[in-house]
Each structure stands twice: as structure tokens, then as C-alpha cells.
Design a protein. Sequence first.
Length: 266
Amino acid sequence: MQLYHVINRLSLLSSLFLSVMPWYGAVAVELHVAVAGSFVETLQQLKPLFEQETGHTLIITTNSVSVLYQKIKNNEIAADIFLSADEEHPNLLIKEKLAIPESFFVYAVGRLILWTKSLPIEQLNQKSLLKINTISLPDPKITVYGHAAQQILEGLKLWELIQPKIRLTRTINEAYQNTKNNQTEAGFIGLAQYLSSLDNLGTTYWIIPQYLHSPLTQGAVILSSTQHLAVAQDFLKFLQHPDSLKIIREFGFRTHSQFMNEQQDD
């Protein structure tokens, strides 16, 4: 059961989106979006809004950022837009002339959590982590959130000590499913994954403080190979519309402006 029923918002938001989303007549296109696993649940909720207001169809492909980057670079997947979990990979595509520089922006700032369905965790420290027998962790070599989790464990002087407890996954979504299905006692996942289902309410999670890992600033970019530039541009405008940003925040993300304001306050 989805925590946020965006479909119910369609009639309410219709007039708002129509004011900024031009209709392209009878020529509807399929817009291919390659999206990092951390944002896929959120995008799935935004998808019907965009489709109803424009008549276009979003085709979603998801995987770890490193895998998506390589597939885009090698022309192994169809993609008009890349929604990454970091800024590095979109900028690499720009450097390699595979993405349009002017299209780049930070569409969301993620939050990493440690989630458990069975263990009480009052605070994240050496003592509490060592009580956990198995932990799902997205592979730090290919996932942004996994790299952030490694930074946390290294900061707590636990990375080597906790290795026997770690169960590496290829994506953040696999770490979520492993924890959800009790294959591991806990997992490092995005707050958006936790908030994607009502079934998770009442279970224990701990939001990792920002100072323990690098910021999870997630960049978007239009690929140079797109045949639907105008529609791709409108989709990025759609992501920045106040009502889209509201949904993005409801899934636990911060907007870039929120993040920058927090940095200034610190």
C-alpha cells in the first residue's frame, strides 16, 4: 500500500500544472528516464501527474548510478533524462559531451537512514551497531548511498570490525527488500524507501546526521542524444514545480534550496 496516493491529487492539481506544462497536441511521445534507485518510488508517484497533464508517457529504467552511467555511456539503454543520486555522474556525462550542460540542476537532496523491523535502536553508535547480526548495505563501489554508509561506519571506527555482518546488495532497493523481508536485521536505505509503504510505520529507523557523510545531492541532466528535447525540458520544469517539490519533500528528500539554507544556518 502506497503511503502517498498521488493519483487522488490529479484533479486538484490539474489546473496548476496546466498553467506551466504546455500541451503538444496529438503528438505524444515516450520519454525515457534513467533514475537512481533512491528516487524511483518518488518518480513513480510523480509519473501519473506528468502523464495526465502532458499526454506523454514516462518510461522508467532504474539501477545503481554507476550501472546506469555505464549503460548510458555505452548506449545500452534508451534514455532522454538521467536522474542520478549524485552530481558526479551527470557531470561526467557533460564532460564526455553525452549530456547538455545547461540542463543540469540538483533536483533533490537525499537522506540516509538505518532501518530495522526487529531491533530497538535509540541511537547510532558502536554499541548499538555491534548488537546487529546482519546489515544490508548497498555496494559502496557502485552506489552513492552505500558509499555514504561506508563513510559513517569508517567514522565510527567500525568498517573493518563489522564486515562479517554486512550483506552487500547491488542497489539501495535490494537493501530495502532484504530488510523488509527479514533477510537481514537492519539495512542502510534512503528515507524515501521507508516512507514508500504504510507497512513500515511503527518500525525503527534512525536518520543519519548530515555531518557523518558527504551530502547526497542528486543531479538531473538531459542527454545529448534525446530526440525529444522540448518534452525533456518540460519534464525538468515539472520536477521544479512547487507541487512536485511538495511530493518530493513528502518522500523525505530536501530541496536544494532547503539544503543550502541549512548549510548557511550551520
